[in-house]
Design a binder for this molecule. Structure first.
Ligand SMILES: [Zn+2]
Length: 260
């Protein structure tokens, strides 16, 4: 998702110009181009960023759309991904290329079940990297760091299981050190998952993925508010409370399903 022009209310108002460029594979000549599950998820993800830019309704360009804190910017996009496997949405877009039949419910159930594969391992390897990132950036004396010893001590401190290694060992953790933008911020992806899973539960609790009052709050406090509200305050205004970690754990199959 890219902005060609940011929204503002200056000089009579500026409408945003936003594009999604998706690098999907073209089909061979004569064959229809089909999207994989990952392609569709990416399409919804980037369209979520697109909506964040398009629905922006603030005074100043510098505060508009996706110009928010890094640990908040993935909420509108990851939250929007939840609708791609919604049965009523699937019936519209996921149709068989020759028969035009909608995707069978049993296949959707398999897709949902497959998303939980290996989530215990992946959560531990990711979280270890995020916690060591924070521990490393909390160091005040960096004159004599033995990075291997540091890693070993910190992993012991958090009780890292022997059978799992960090997703990124510290000596090659380029994500953190290639620029300052992700320094001490590797946690943001998982934090966004906490927010998106908890945020979507508002629709589950309302019993309708298109519930009007939840949608209105989502529009007002998240998709249109840019960087004008403190993110915690914006989230509470939308959800009525602080985010809770349980919906993310349930989504990954690490907690029993809630009863609704
Ligand atoms: Zn994104």
């Amino acid at each position: 998702m890219s902005n060609y022009r940011l929204q503002s209310k200056i000089g009579g108002g500026v409408t945003p110009i936003v594009v999604n460029n998706n690098n999907f594979s073209k089909a061979p000549p004569g064959k229809p181009t089909l999207l994989s599950i990952d392609d569709v998820r990416t399409l919804f993800h980037e369209f979520g960023h697109g909506l964040h830019g398009l629905l922006s309704n603030v005074r100043y360009e510098q505060l508009s759309g996706t110009q928010v804190l890094r640990d908040f910017v993935e909420l509108p996009s990851q939250l929007f991904e939840h609708w791609f496997l919604e049965p009523s949405v699937l019936r519209q877009h996921a149709r068989h290329v020759t028969t035009d039949e909608p995707i069978p419910d049993a296949l959707v159930a398999h897709i949902k079940a497959a998303r939980r594969f290996n989530q215990g391992f992946e959560s531990v390897e990711y979280t270890a990297s995020a916690l060591l990132d924070l521990a490393l950036h909390a160091q005040t004396d960096v004159s004599n760091v033995d990075i291997d010893a540091f890693e070993k001590t910190e992993l012991e401190k958090i009780g890292m299981p022997q059978a799992i290694v960090m997703r990124h060992r510290l000596p090659h953790f380029g994500h953190l050190f290639s620029s300052s933008s992700y320094a001490s911020q590797y946690y943001v992806y998982l934090w966004a998952e906490v927010l998106d899973a908890d945020g979507f539960e508002a629709f589950v609790e309302a019993g309708d993925p298109f519930d009007t009052s939840v949608t209105e709050r989502l529009y007002k406090f998240i998709y249109s508010s840019g960087n004008c509200l403190e993110p915690g305050e914006a989230y509470r205004a939308f959800r009525g409370r602080d985010p809770s970690v349980e919906p993310m754990l349930r989504k990954k199959g690490l907690l029993a399903e809630a009863e609704h």
